[in-house]
Design a protein around this ligand. Structure first.
Ligand SMILES: Cc1cc2nc3c(=O)[nH]c(=O)nc-3n(C[C@H](O)[C@H](O)[C@H](O)COP(=O)(O)OP(=O)(O)OC[C@H]3O[C@@H](n4cnc5c(N)ncnc54)[C@H](O)[C@@H]3O)c2cc1C
Ligand code: FES
Length: 347
């Protein structure tokens, strides 16, 4: 039998047919709640279950940890109602950013590290991509496949849309980007997507945590924040982690921000430096450096993006050991097909 779902704080009402997920029913009725992979792997559709019972479905613990589930969170792309529900999720209203499917042209492919390119794409002349700093787009491939990439430029700097693409060994799309894609090629994408954006209403100091190309959405957020002067009243500290110094492919840019911008600190962290790197800075896992410097994160917000293992460890350790409120942890987990398949195969 169908169940009634009330979405707070908007009060939007939704009927979910028997056996259907909350997300699928919402999208069918044109109710726009955040989502990404739709497969329980990325965490973008996470929201709170305020009242009622659900079947949580099968999902990856990287997307919804036990701590989060116990704290009342659920993934609405997997959750099926077992009773009428009250949930908390952000419903995108008319007038908010509009999700579009658009063609684009490859403008530039710039190799910035052995396994990272900055891909600049150009939209058709009459189109603009309105987005919130921190959001991502999905490239639409043949056979209905999609590949997600965070937008690396700020909304005010939108002549080209910039994606920071890390090569995944055996990856269909990224190997194409590195090996065969050419300037002027045409691609299609859908966006903007996701709810990794700066909570501007909060006065809390911010710790940003990036691993590798997880820097892309944080670059967008920081450039937006600097432009609006949000760092006048809020302290912002960026921890950017890589295996070797070369992985911090825009290190000079961030070092320049650290000199120019008020209340902004930068801590590069390297986990696997070799002697020829002559690395004298912070070493180890990037989230551990945060734990050393911020043993008490109560009253802070943390924004983390990058590989699932980093996002997952940061979420678990910072909330369990450094007093960070779960509601103050925001993340985009850079899952791949392998993570999605692993999530689907979970019993
Ligand atoms: C919200 C979000 C934002 C992201 N932003 C960024 C970003 O800004 N920059 C970035 O670099 N990455 C980002 N990612 C990650 C990025 O989307 C993936 O790295 C990308 O989709 C990989 O695509 P691919 O086609 O190259 O690899 P895929 O073809 O998807 O392969 C990925 C891995 O899965 C394996 N695999 C594929 N099919 C199978 C199968 N059938 N069985 C077993 N193994 C299989 C492959 O061998 C490979 O190791 C983001 C991800 C998300 C969810
Ligand atoms: S959209 Fe639900 S976990 Fe990715």
């Amino acid at each position: 039998m169908p169940f009634q779902v009330t979405i707070q704080p908007s009060g939007t009402q939704l009927t979910v047919p028997d056996g259907e997920t909350v997300l699928k029913a919402a999208l069918t009725e044109g109710i726009n709640i955040p989502y990404g992979c739709r497969n329980g792997a990325c965490g973008s559709c996470k929201g709170k279950l305020v009242q009622g019972e659900i079947d949580y479905g099968s999902y990856s613990e990287a997307a919804l940890s036990k701590i989060e589930r116990n704290a009342g969170f659920a993934l609405f792309c997997c959750a099926k109602p077992l009773s009428d529900l009250v949930i908390e999720a952000r419903v995108r209203q008319a007038g908010d950013v509009v999700v579009k499917k658009l063609p684009c042209r490859v403008h530039k492919i710039e190799r910035v590290a052995d396994d990272v390119v900055i891909l600049s794409i150009k939209l058709p002349a009459n189109e603009r991509l309105q987005f919130q700093a921190g959001q991502y787009i999905d490239f639409l491939l043949k056979d209905s496949e999609r590949r997600s990439f965070s937008i690396g430029n700020a909304p005010h700097d939108d002549e080209f849309t910039q994606l920071h693409v890390r090569l995944v060994a055996g990856g269909k799309f990224t190997e194409h980007v590195f090996k065969t894609m050419k300037e002027r090629d045409i691609l299609r994408f859908e966006g903007p997507l996701g709810n990794f954006y700066l909570r501007e209403e909060s006065p809390k100091p911010i710790v940003f945590l990036a691993s590798g190309t997880g820097f892309a959405p944080i670059k967008s957020i920081l450039e937006y924040a600097f432009r609006k002067g949000l760092n006048r009243d809020r302290t912002m500290t960026l921890y950017w982690g890589g295996r070797r110094p070369k992985d911090l492919y825009l290190n000079d840019l961030v070092q320049a921000w650290a000199k120019e911008q008020a209340n902004f600190q930068y801590v590069p962290v390297i986990s696997d430096a070799i002697p020829e790197d002559a690395w004298t800075g912070r070493a180890g896992f990037v989230h551990r450096a945060v734990m050393q410097d911020f043993p008490d994160l109560s009253g802070h917000q943390v924004y983390a993006s990058g590989v699932p293992i980093m996002v997952d460890s940061a979420r678990n350790d910072l909330t369990a050991k450094c007093n960070l409120a779960l509601d103050d942890f925001f993340a985009d987990s850079f899952t791949t097909t392998a993570d999605v398949l692993a999530a689907q195969n979970k019993p």
